[in-house]
Design a protein around this ligand. Structure first.
Ligand SMILES: [Zn+2]
Length: 458
């Protein structure tokens, strides 16, 4: 595990190094201490902390969505390492980079950091695709970002529905003729490769209809919904860094974070993936507005989430009774995937507590395993593989409507230099997209009967 882990951490550090523009990689060789010059962001291995993730997040540490055995990983500097130690967490420098020494900055350009699309570019892409393929697409504006609602720039919140359009398709009506597969990316802004996978998926669908048998059949029988940027304000903050992307995770709502400094460990915003009204505040959250997992002042406080919930409630009928163990029926349709990074895992409810299984555990575990097999990833409940966290999007969707929801953590130990928050753009297009293409196709094909074994279908 340590060798595999080392590759991954090196890649993360390399990405941070690239992001920093200048600076030199400083491997944490045996006997070498974290020194004051290692003040730039680094990755610290927190030993035997897997059952203390809640405590770490509660104390405001920036947990990487990753785990190796019982060790967890925290982004921070030497001062954070000391703070970990004072809090009783043995830790060691995995890799570090020197403080960024500059780097190109860019504003409001179509792409940043070698080709990554800004929210504006993602939305221009939706418009281009819809104009070129009117028989296959319908655009949906489902709300406004926090900045837009407050008159400070911002964006509409936008989705595209892709199918061979027929009567009743792509309507905001839960009683739809076709089953629905929903893909969402960049709820966490800095997990930038996820947005590019969504971008490629859209192109693949519209460009393959009529020439690729599997895609043609899929679009004849299934609605594909895509939200390429669930947190556009946050991604704007990331992209403002240009060649030096800002490691911003949350949205841009600063009403609760007047004292946040803007440094890596003190950022404005609410963690959208901790804010949903499903076991809100139970696990994996911080109450401090400047922390990366700040859950927000109340459940569903954020417009990005309530707008998304409104869309999902219009797309899927409620198939599940209340309570942890109530099951949605076997004929439930639909699959929902939200993309994150970097653990290389397929995760399914319950995320709030891995000691509790859903009433659809067999079906969720089976489909999660199918996707994991295609991707070469582990699958399981978050707390089984990573750590518990409540208020996540897939927990909310399953909780309220009974639709099978998955977080897929992009990134894996075999991706070499393509790992980390900030893989080079070519990694997104040439490594992650080919890896995800068959998995997304399979997930979409399973939307007709997700809780049934594939052999029971048709
Ligand atoms: Zn994430």
């Amino acid at each position: 595990m340590s060798t595999r882990r080392r590759h991954k951490a090196l890649a993360i550090a390399t990405a941070l190094l690239i992001a920093g523009g200048l600076g030199a990689l400083t491997p944490a060789a045996a006997g070498q201490q974290a020194t004051p010059e290692a003040d730039g962001p680094g990755i610290y291995r927190v030993h035997d902390a897997a059952d203390r993730a809640d405590e770490l997040q509660g104390a405001g540490f920036d947990l990487v969505e990753d785990r190796a055995g019982d060790d967890l990983f925290v982004v921070g500097d030497a001062a954070e390492s000391d703070r970990l130690r004072r809090a009783g967490f043995a830790n060691s420098l995995e890799e570090t980079v020197r403080a960024p020494g500059g780097g190109q900055r860019a504003n409001n350009q179509d792409t940043y950091y070698g080709g990554y699309h800004t929210p504006a570019a993602q939305y221009a892409h939706l418009d281009e695709v819809a104009a070129a393929h009117p028989e296959l697409t319908k655009l949906e504006t489902y709300g406004e970002s926090w900045r837009k609602t407050t008159g400070n720039g911002g964006h509409d919140l936008r989705a595209i529905c892709i199918t061979k359009l027929a009567e009743g398709d792509c309507a905001r009506d839960p009683n739809a003729p076709k089953p629905r597969f929903f893909l969402m990316a960049q709820a966490h802004a800095r997990e930038i490769a996820t947005g590019e996978v969504a971008y490629q998926w859209i192109d693949h669908l519209v460009n393959s209809y009529g020439s690729d048998d599997a895609i043609t059949k899929l679009l004849d029988t299934t609605e594909i919904w895509v939200v390429p940027v669930a947190n556009p304000d946050g991604v704007d903050i990331v992209a403002q860094g240009g060649d030096n992307p800002v490691l911003h995770r949350k949205n841009a709502n600063d009403t609760n974070g007047a004292d946040c400094t803007g440094g890596e460990n003190s950022q404005i915003g609410i963690d959208l993936n901790r804010n949903n009204d499903s076991y809100w505040g139970e696990s994996g959250v911080s109450q401090n507005p400047c922390d990366q997992t700040y859950l927000g002042p109340k459940a569903n406080s954020e417009v990005e989430n309530t707008a998304l919930q409104g869309l999902l409630t219009d797309l899927y009928p409620d198939k599940r009774d209340d309570g942890d163990s109530a099951a949605a029926p076997a004929d439930t349709t639909g699959v929902f995937i939200t993309l994150h990074s970097v653990a290389g895992m397929v995760l399914f409810p319950w995320g709030h507590d891995s000691a509790v299984q859903t009433g659809n555990d067999e079906g969720l575990r089976r489909l999660g395993g199918e996707l994991g097999d295609i991707l070469g990833y582990q699958s399981g409940q978050p707390g089984e593989l990573l750590y518990d966290a409540s208020g996540a999007h897939e927990d909310w969707l399953y909780d309220k409507l009974g639709v099978p929801g998955f977080t897929i953590e992009l990134g894996d130990v075999d991706s070499g230099s393509c790992n980390g928050f900030l893989p080079e753009y070519s990694c997104a297009t040439d490594y992650y997209w080919p890896q995800f293409k068959p998995a997304l196709l399979h997930a979409a094909q399973r939307a007709a009967a997700p809780y049934q074994a594939p052999s029971e279908q048709r």
